[in-house]
Ligand binder design. Structure first.
Ligand SMILES: [Zn+2]
Ligand SMILES: [Zn+2]
Length: 293
């Protein structure tokens, strides 16, 4: 019998009840199969050395690994499963080089910046919470200057790419989630373009994969993925590899807005996406209905 190539999706950025997701690893595996996903990576928010509402607790890491490994085994004939973490980059506090993360034997890492500076009371300012909380951070930490905050966010992203290079860069321009109804900046502003281009050049040099994250689209925070279509065009010109991820927190989100994202990626000039299969990074052709695996 001929081995036919098939069209399916992959997702390497996802959450479970160990962090701020809702369900067990098995529930996501079942939903992934139902949504025509062939390869699925679990990437819980890595533990951080301070209080927060959404990261896995240090004490739960061993059972997270056991649970993902059990699903890997049980579903191996239907779904290729990988173990990962979305690792926060907070200079001096945590990164992929943290020995506690380094020693876990993760199949790959997603690196993300969620924290930019801190409030006067020492609490760290996270950029992906509510709009009013974002406004409060801009007012109290950056004297009302959103440009300063956004500039700092991209500086931290570049610092991560230099000092703690993950396999996959998480949601490059997630900070724009606060920019839909009440714009703090324009993506055509010279300083913003410069911050993006400087970051893209570093990504290209580093060999890191840039994800195209659809969470802002299905959460209705943006009409475009993270990153925006214009950034994808520039990234393609620089030869930066991309992959489409949903950053799913509930099972129904696993392939949320994947077809719309595929169209944007194809329109940006990409013909292929990067996948992780049989523990190898490789490129596969992208179509509007999925990846030719
Ligand atoms: Zn994230
Ligand atoms: Zn995430």
């Amino acid at each position: 019998m001929l081995t036919m190539s098939k069209t399916a999706w992959t997702n390497y950025h996802s959450h479970t009840h160990y962090c701020d997701g809702t369900d067990s690893a098995e529930a996501y595996a079942k939903a992934a199969i139902a949504q025509n996903v062939a390869i699925y990576g679990f990437s819980t928010h890595s533990p951080v050395p301070f209080e927060n509402a959404w990261s896995i607790k240090e004490a739960d890491v061993a059972s997270y690994i056991n649970e993902v490994n059990a699903v890997k085994e049980a579903y191996q004939d239907r779904l290729e499963v990988y173990l990962s973490m979305e690792v926060d980059f907070v200079p001096g506090l945590t990164s992929i080089h943290d020995p506690k993360i380094n020693s876990l034997g993760l199949d790959y890492t997603v690196g993300s910046v969620h924290y930019v500076e801190k409030f006067a009371d020492g609490k760290r300012f996270e950029i992906d919470y509510t709009h009013s909380y974002f406004d409060k951070g801009i007012a109290e930490i950056f004297n009302g200057d959103a440009q300063k905050c956004v500039t700092r966010y991209y500086e931290l992203t570049r610092q991560m790419l230099t000092e703690a290079k993950p396999d996959i860069l998480g949601h490059l321009d997630k900070i724009k989630m606060h920019n839909k109804d009440k714009p703090h900046f324009l993506e055509t502003d010279g300083w913003y373009r410069d911050a993006i281009m400087e970051t893209l050049e570093l990504i290209a040099k580093s060999g890191v994969i840039m994800e195209v994250n659809t969470r802002g689209m299905y959460k209705k925070l943006s009409s475009e993925p993270y990153p925006s279509a214009w950034i994808l065009k520039e990234a393609n010109a620089l030869g930066i590899p991309v992959m489409i991820n949903s950053d799913s927190h509930v099972p129904r989100e696993i392939t949320g807005q994947f077809e719309a994202a595929a169209e944007i990626v194809l329109n940006a000039g990409y013909k292929e996406v990067r996948i992780f299969r049989d523990h190898n990074w490789q490129n596969k052709p992208l179509t509007p209905k999925g990846i030719l695996l």
